[in-house]
Structure formats: structure tokens, C-alpha cells
Write a protein that binds this ligand. Structure first.
Ligand SMILES: Cc1cc2nc3c(=O)[nH]c(=O)nc-3n(C[C@H](O)[C@H](O)[C@H](O)COP(=O)(O)OP(=O)(O)OC[C@H]3O[C@@H](n4cnc5c(N)ncnc54)[C@H](O)[C@@H]3O)c2cc1C
Length: 558
């Protein structure tokens, strides 16, 4: 390794300034943890990819103080989040799936935030401004990661400053790989990806078509899938709810030779007539449904697309990556501050990899429904046979695909089980549903939302350290717990909540919530082993790590 290079020191090096790297920088910034983000590009990406920001991700934005900015940048409040299936915009409608919990500004009973449609081309600049608002965050565009080395308890990275064409060395306590699906770090570490053998080849076309909905009778829709005798291979995703769209084409022939594709003609075909429009940019991409075999090697962690990739039809890749960032942020803070136990960081992979597998599995299954659809050859015919084919296919789509688009259970109901840093209480698990969210404080779950007062959710109390909630005046005195947390230097805030409805929602008189808003422990009484509780939740219970890892290995069959 070259030793004539000047070394830049940082606590956390984040490689990749896409949405997940920037989100992690926001989370660490809010915790006062110094970090350096390096991004090889000159600025955030300007060709659209992710648009669907689910309610849990919006809760993170709320924590980082940018939910309003994201809502403003998103599709207008009244833009319907409808998923539509039709032969063309001026052809026949086949199915329609509404998503009442998405969009708009009125919170639901499940969350203070609703899912929004804000594409990464607007989200990333918001995250970037937020990350750079912290004096502890350093964000360098046009810096490319090149080599990884370990030296004692530090990670050394060799990067190239592309503007000056100079090499630099960065020394960090931890490195988080947020460099996306082509991660050079994952490859350098020899970490494989496992999952479905599916590979889809696509072309993504960024189009401007002002007020497209005035040129057809189907109304506004967030997503349109075009059903044709040869299958489902074209779709249209609304971006700003005004004039911008992502037009998707599936097929190896498009991917292999994008310059030869007559995008104009293919777009006009799905609209069903000529309308004013402009093609802004065309990019090709591949889709896969795979999860990294490991999320951690020593002081290096994988997050976002570097750790998991899925077909975007279910809108999960970015949302899953944001969850990685939030799980890791407080653990890095705790490890650096010294109150995190020796095994706290190991819990990242144990908690997040199963979520990655669950979400990728869901995306694979629901997208398989689309790609395997074999429409009746008469599907677009104006005939009784065509009408019957459309009715039958429409019923089948609504039956099978509602799961793909209504994913409250995926967004809010994911649980860390087994987790070496949560204390299981033996209660039966709530149903593990994709579409429905069942509020619970069973350890490992996201602590449920409830309003404390005008515009203030109970989840707004979570974020910095641990929060111990007491419900009702008769809840046990928690001084003994507070004392052991002080002894272990674990930050803890104790709050008493008198509202009986919230007490009922939270199911126990005492609920301990982690800095990421997940329940670590709950009970009606003080634990018999007070220090054991503090050590478990801060990752200092070595036996628990072994047990959780074994349980996870058994569950996934390795
Ligand atoms: C067409 C499409 C639609 C999608 N729609 C959705 C959706 O609706 N909802 C959803 O949740 N997800 C969706 N996704 C997935 C989503 O875009 C990704 O999951 C998300 O971008 C992952 O973020 P990331 O930060 O992990 O990776 P990326 O956004 O890929 O960012 C990685 C960054 O690392 C940088 N980088 C790479 N190598 C280096 C290096 N050597 N040095 C420095 N920097 C480097 C890259 O330049 C890049 O900026 C979609 C994806 C596609 C392709």
C-alpha cells in the first residue's frame, strides 16, 4: 500500500453518496458522529429510479427534519396512487388497484406519515443538504473508492480525487459500503449474493409529457402497466404528478442496443395517439433479486443496494436500504462512544439480513406474477371475446397483485427476530402480513405510533438514546433501571404516559424503546436481572449473539 499519501482521518467512511449513503450521513450527523462520504459522481443522479417512499421511510425523514421538504418535492397531495392496468392509455382498462394509505397529507392511524411519491432525483438533493448541514459531516463528490486495507483496528481506503486526478488515503474506524449494486467493496471482500436466478434486462426512458391525463380517459394514476397479447413489458411511472414520467421497457433486445430502440414509437403506442412530449434521457439497467451472504466483515458493513437487490416493481429497494441506515446509525454511535457492547455491531447483520431476504423474496414473488402473465391473444380486441379476456384477467390481477401494491405490513410490520439485543417475552407473534400492519410492542417490533397531542407522535420521542416508557401512575418505579443504564453509560430518557388508550396500544406497563424506534424489552414489572437487561440491549451479552445467529442460521437453512 502506498505510504507517501497524506492520511485523512475520520470515524466513519461512507462509500457512495446515493440515497442510502446520504441517509446514513443524516442519521450520523444528527448523532454528532463525524463521517466522510465519498461519491464518484459530480452530483446526485439526474435520471429517475426510486419514487415510492413508504410510510416508515417518511418516519425517518420526519426524524431528520426533512419530511416537509420531501412532501413538497413529491407528487401533489391530491395525486392518486392508483396502479392501473390497461391495453393502452387510449385503449381498454383491465384492472385498477387503489392505495388509500398513500399520498396526501392526512396521517393514518398507523403512522404520522403517509407514503409519498418523491423520486430520488429530488430526494437525494434534500438528503445531501441535510447531511451537509452538520459540521461533523464531510461530503466529497468526484472521489472514487479504489482500494481497501485493514490496519489494526482501522480501515484504510485508497480513493481517487477525480477532479485533481490524485490519490488519497482515508483512515476510518468503520467503513459503510453504500456503493450500490455494483459494489467494488463487496467484490473485494469476496462476499457473494444469493437468491433468485432471475435477471431482467430493461431500458428506462425519462419523458416529459405535460398533463398527459388530459389526452386519455383513464384519469390520473401513479403507475400504469400495459397489458398486450405478448405480455407485460412496458410500464409508465408518474414522477412529479405534473409532466414527468419514467417509461419502462423490458427486453434484452432493448438493453443490448439502446441506440437502435425507437423509443418515440414505443411511447406513442402505449399512449395510443401522438401527444406533445420530450424524451429527456434513456438508461439501461438490470434487475436481480439477491441478498449478500454477509452484511459485515470486520469493520466494514454493507448497506442498501450493496447488500440487497430486488426488482423495483414492489418499490422496496430504497426503502429497505433506508432501514439499514437507521439500524446501523445508532449502533455506530454507541460503538464509538464506548457504551455499545462488543457485540452490538454484529447485531446489524443478524437483524437486517432477514429483512433484506423477506423484502427481496416478496419482490421476486410479486414480480414473477407480472412477468409470467400470458394474456389472451384477444386481450386488446374490441369484441365479446376481448371483453371476457379483459374481465377475467382484471379479476386475476386484482386478486394477485393487491399484495404487491398494498404493503403496509412490509413497511411497518418488520420485526427483528431473532435479535441478540432484544429481550423476547415469549408472547405469540402477530400475523406476519405483507399488506396489513398489526401494531404490537412485542420485542423487536417498531414501537407503534399514537398521537400525544397536536401534531406530536409518540414516535417523535425516539431517536437519540433509549426511551423507557411507563404507562399510568401505577407503573413500577424505574429508578433501578435508570441506575444500571447510568452505570453502563447508556443514554436513557424515562417518560410517563397517562393516556389509557396509548397504554392499551403499548400492551405492557413498561416498554423500552431503542434509538431506532424498535422495542428492546417490555414487561409489567422490573426485570429480575437489571444489569442483564442493560447489557443485553447494548450488545454486551455475548451468549445472546451466539443464540440469535444460530436461530437465524436454522431459520434460513445454512
Ligand atoms: C428503475 C428503478 C426504479 C426503482 N424504483 C424504486 C422504488 O419505487 N422504491 C424503492 O424503494 N426502490 C426503487 N428502486 C431501487 C432504488 O433505486 C435503489 O434501491 C436505491 O437507489 C439504492 O440506493 P443506494 O444508495 O444503496 O445505491 P445507489 O443509489 O445506487 O447509490 C450508490 C452510489 O455509490 C456511488 N459509487 C459506486 N461506486 C463508487 C466508488 N467506487 N466510489 C465512490 N462512489 C461510488 C454511485 O455513484 C452511486 O451514487 C428502483 C430502481 C430502479 C433501477
Amino acid at each position: 500500500m502506498p505510504d507517501d499519501l497524506h492520511t485523512i482521518e475520520t470515524q466513519v467512511l461512507i462509500v457512495g453518496g446515493g440515497s442510502v449513503g446520504l441517509a446514513l450521513a443524516c442519521d450520523l450527523g444528527g448523532r454528532g458522529v463525524p463521517c466522510l462520504v465519498i461519491e464518484q459522481n459530480e452530483r446526485p443522479a439526474d435520471h429517475p429510479r426510486a419514487t415510492a417512499i413508504n410510510a416508515r421511510s417518511m418516519e425517518f425523514m420526519r426524524r431528520w427534519g426533512i419530511a416537509d421538504a420531501v412532501r413538497k418535492a413529491a407528487a401533489p397531495e391530491d395525486f392518486p396512487h392508483t396502479a392501473l392496468y390497461c391495453t393502452s392509455l387510449n385503449g381498454f382498462e383491465i384492472a385498477r388497484i387503489e392505495r388509500p394509505h398513500h399520498g396526501g397529507r392526512q396521517p393514518t392511524a398507523m403512522s404520522p406519515e403517509r407514503a409519498q411519491r418523491c423520486n430520488q432525483i429530488w430526494l437525494d438533493p434534500i438528503l445531501s443538504v441535510c447531511a451537509q448541514s452538520f459540521s461533523t459531516t464531510d461530503l466529497r463528490f468526484r472521489w472514487r473508492f479504489e482500494e481497501l486495507h485493514e490496519e489494526g483496528d482501522r480501515v484504510l481506503a485508497i480513493v481517487r480525487d477525480l477532479a485533481r486526478d490524485e490519490r488519497r488515503r482515508i483512515a476510518a474506524r468503520y467503513l459503510v459500503d453504500c456503493s450500490g449494486g455494483h459494489s467494488p467493496i463487496r467484490r473485494a471482500l469476496g462476499i457473494g449474493m444469493s437468491g433468485s436466478p432471475y435477471i431482467g434486462y430493461h431500458l428506462s426512458v425519462y419523458v416529459r409529457a405535460p398533463q398527459l391525463w388530459t389526452h386519455h380517459d383513464k384519469g390520473k394514476a401513479a403507475l400504469v402497466n400495459f397489458v398486450e397479447p405478448k405480455g407485460l413489458w412496458r410500464n409508465l411511472v408518474t414522477l412529479d404528478g405534473r409532466e414527468l414520467y419514467r417509461f419502462g421497457l423490458r427486453g434484452k433486445e432493448f438493453y443490448d442496443d439502446p441506440d437502435k430502440v425507437d423509443v418515440e414509437r414505443l411511447f406513442e403506442e402505449v399512449v395510443g395517439k401522438q401527444i406533445p412530449h420530450e424524451i429527456i434521457s434513456v438508461r439501461r439497467w438490470t434487475a436481480r433479486n439477491v441478498v449478500a451472504d454477509r452484511y459485515q466483515v470486520g469493520a466494514v458493513f454493507l448497506a442498501g443496494d450493496a447488500a440487497h437487490l430486488n426488482h423495483p416493481a414492489s418499490g422496496l429497494g430504497l426503502n429497505t436500504g433506508l432501514g439499514d441506515a437507521v439500524d446501523l446509525g445508532w449502533k455506530l454511535e454507541a460503538a464509538l462512544a464506548g457504551w455499545g457492547g462488543p457485540n452490538l455491531l454484529a447485531s446489524y447483520e443478524i437483524e437486517r439480513r432477514p429483512v433484506g431476504k423477506r423484502n427481496v423474496g416478496h419482490a421476486d414473488m410479486s414480480h414473477a406474477n407480472d412477468r409470467n402473465q400470458k394474456p389472451d391473444p384477444a386481450i386488446a380486441d374490441d369484441s365479446p371475446q376481448g371483453a371476457r379476456a379483459r374481465r377475467e384477467m382484471g379479476e386475476a390481477i386484482v386478486h394477485a397483485q393487491t399484495r404487491k401494491f398494498v404493503t403496509d405490513g412490509i413497511a411497518l410490520g418488520y420485526r427483528y427476530e431473532p435479535s441478540p439485543i432484544c429481550w423476547p417475552d415469549g408472547s405469540p407473534p402477530p400475523p406476519d402480513s405483507v399488506s396489513e400492519y398489526h401494531p404490537t410492542t412485542r420485542p423487536g417490533s417498531r414501537a407503534p405510533h399514537a398521537w400525544l397531542g397536536e401534531g406530536r407522535s409518540i414516535i417523535d420521542m425516539f431517536g437519540r438514546g433509549f426511551t423507557l416508557l411507563r404507562f399510568g401512575q401505577s407503573a413500577p418505579d424505574v429508578q433501578p433501571i435508570a441506575q444500571v443504564f447510568v452505570r453502563r453509560a447508556v443514554p436513557l430518557t424515562v417518560t410517563t404516559i397517562m393516556d389509557p388508550a396509548i397504554a392499551q396500544l403499548y400492551e405492557r406497563r413498561l416498554v423500552l424503546v431503542r434509538p431506532d424506534g424498535h422495542v428492546a424489552w417490555r414487561s409489567d414489572d422490573l426485570p429480575a436481572d437489571l444489569l442483564g437487561l442493560a447489557d443485553r440491549v447494548r450488545g454486551a451479552d455475548a451468549a445472546a449473539i451466539g443464540t440469535a445467529a444460530k436461530a437465524e442460521a436454522l431459520r434460513i437453512g445454512i
